[in-house]
Design a protein around this ligand. Structure first.
Ligand code: CA
Length: 234
């Protein structure tokens, strides 16, 4: 899925990264607005109504986390976060506040474009513009209408919790889900502090759907953040 003419707002104070983003995004047909501070970014967001906001976590005036929080009060489209090594811990906080995904600096053009595509598709799904009854990733097929999971055309039998976990990841495929988000969606708000539940079911799920559970290709671990179901297989 390409999104020609999609409008992107970049909120980033580092001129080098702004130049890199401008070159990469304009070359791929995106229309760009740039802001060097959080305040200016919030002003431009209301003015320009971008399809995607790319926001750096370390801004000179207000923090990127605060920008996300204030945006999410009204903004329903995609938010992708840029984080430097020193802000790694804030990635989880950003996702929990409603960012769709993140890029860790330094990142390449290919990764940037892939993340933007996933974030946009995720927004379309969230807004109900792209209802999907069947999801295929490599040899894995998830039929949400028939509640059926297959790999290479062979049925895989999942427990209700395994199925729930897989379908949540599948609906957000390509997008990282934090431990808290998964725990809340599968087990409910009372279990967000029980990450061991997740580890146990993730391991079981890998044994059922991965050709080689020790080297997962579908269910990917994002260290310190959460899990991601692959969008496409390499
Ligand atoms: Ca910065």
């Amino acid at each position: 899925m390409t999104a020609p003419q999609a409008k992107i707002l970049v909120i980033e104070d580092d001129p080098q990264i702004r130049r890199f983003l401008a070159a990469a995004l304009e070359a791929h047909g995106y229309a760009l607005d740039m802001a060097a501070t959080g305040t200016e970014g919030l002003r431009l967001a209301t003015l320009r109504l971008p399809d995607i906001v790319i926001v750096d976590l370390g801004l000179p005036d207000i923090s990127g986390l605060e920008v996300i929080e204030r945006l999410r009060a009204w903004y329903t489209r995609a938010i992708v976060v840029l984080s430097a090594r020193s802000q790694e811990a804030d990635k989880v906080a950003a996702l929990d506040r409603g960012a769709d995904d993140y890029l860790s600096k330094p990142f390449g053009v290919g990764e940037l474009l892939a993340r933007l595509r996933v974030a946009q598709r995720h927004v379309a799904t969230r807004l109900g513009e792209e209802p999907q009854a069947r999801i295929e990733i490599g040899a894995l097929a998830i039929d949400l209408a028939a509640r059926r999971v297959q790999r290479d055309g062979i049925d895989i039998h999942l427990t209700p919790i395994e199925y729930k976990l897989l379908t949540i990841l599948a609906r957000h495929r390509g997008k990282v889900m934090t431990h808290r988000q998964l725990l809340r969606e599968v087990w409910g708000a009372t279990h967000v502090e029980s990450p061991h539940y997740l580890r146990i079911y993730l391991r079981a799920l890998r044994h059922k759907i991965e050709p080689d559970p020790a080297r997962p290709r579908y269910l990917l671990t994002e260290v310190g953040v959460g899990y991601r179901l692959a969008d496409v297989l390499p």
